[in-house]
Ligand binder design. Structure first.
Ligand SMILES: [Zn+2]
Length: 59
């Protein structure tokens, strides 16, 4: 198996991880069905936003 010849420097490691987000996206509970969804987004489970059904969700 091919193995790296040298240890990757902290600088290079940190540069790679620079693009990684620190925290996962915040999730809120849907007011209609209670499932987790992104804030200010249509609920993917029930198609509701602001307590109104916006789109039909195919089962
Ligand atoms: Zn919902």
């Amino acid at each position: 198996m091919a193995v790296p010849k040298r240890k990757q420097s902290k600088s290079r490691k940190n540069k790679r991880r620079n693009a990684h987000p620190l925290t996962p996206p915040q999730m809120v509970k849907c007011s209609h069905c209670g499932s987790l969804k992104l804030p200010h987004h249509l609920c993917p489970q029930c198609g509701y936003y602001a307590n109104r059904q916006i789109v039909e969700v195919k089962k």
